[in-house]
Ligand binder design. Structure first.
Ligand SMILES: C[S@@+](CC[C@H](N)C(=O)[O-])C[C@H]1O[C@@H](n2cnc3c(N)ncnc32)[C@H](O)[C@@H]1O
Length: 215
């Protein structure tokens, strides 16, 4: 890995995703969780302070080990016990079916190369009554913006180390057989439109769909 990938990118990521506005959104997104939770794409552990007290255990996976010292400090300060594993979420996960009360991804579905497999695995390891909670950026519903996202996506993938800005998050979740019960669509303030189209929601196994879509 070059200097950008190994040194600059992790710090840039930690800084850009760690600002106060995004941290508030993490708290809102994670609030419904309880019990044993799986976080996919743990990154630098920025979600840790925002897990509600009824989360009793966290299993955190990522295909990389970014800023290990900083992450170890965050885990040591966390209110919840954390088991951290380096794993590719695009393959079969080493967990039993229906092992987790909740699964979380934040700013991660954009980066997983085999996102369809990862979402299928989320459905497999989630308990029937469990919540899959997501806070993701993705494709715009405005076709002009979506066209720009498609055009600039190859550059974004280079700068963002595999991050796609044009993925239709709700459609991908649906296609994996998960049923979205809550979806907030909004723009991240002070962010270029191509990167700031947000999807915050909850999905479950089963087919109840509550069209509580807020735009
Ligand atoms: C943009 S970062 C977001 C980090 C963190 N979720 C956050 O909200 O700050 C995306 C993360 O997904 C991880 N990731 C990408 N592909 C992955 C895969 N196939 N399996 C597991 N993690 C993956 C990256 O290593 C990175 O840590």
């Amino acid at each position: 890995m070059g200097l950008y990938s190994s040194y600059i990118f992790p710090r840039l990521l930690d800084w850009s995703l760690g600002n106060a506005m995004i941290q508030r959104q993490r708290g809102e997104a994670l609030a419904p969780l309880h019990g044993h939770v799986l976080e996919i794409g743990f990154g630098t552990g920025l979600n840790l302070p925002y897990y509600p007290p009824h989360v009793t255990r966290l299993t955190a996976i990522d295909s990389e080990a970014m800023l290990p010292g900083r992450v170890a400090d965050r885990i040591a300060r966390a209110q919840v016990p954390v088991a951290q594993l380096q794993l590719d979420a695009g393959g079969r996960l080493p967990f039993e079916d229906e092992a987790f009360d909740g699964v979380v991804t934040t700013f991660t579905l954009c980066s997983i190369a085999d996102v369809a497999s990862a979402l299928a695995e989320i459905g497999r390891v989630l308990k029937p009554e469990g919540d899959y909670v997501f806070l993701e950026h993705g494709r715009s519903d405005d076709t002009r913006v979506a066209k720009r996202q498609d055009f600039f996506n190859p550059i974004q993938k280079l700068i963002g180390r595999g991050c796609n800005m044009n993925r239709p998050i709700d459609k991908l979740v649906d296609a994996a057989g998960l049923r979205i019960t809550k979806l907030d669509r909004y723009m991240m303030p002070d962010t270029p439109r191509m990167l700031g189209e947000m999807y915050r929601g909850i999905a479950k196994k089963g087919d109840a769909r509550d069209d509580a879509v807020q735009k």
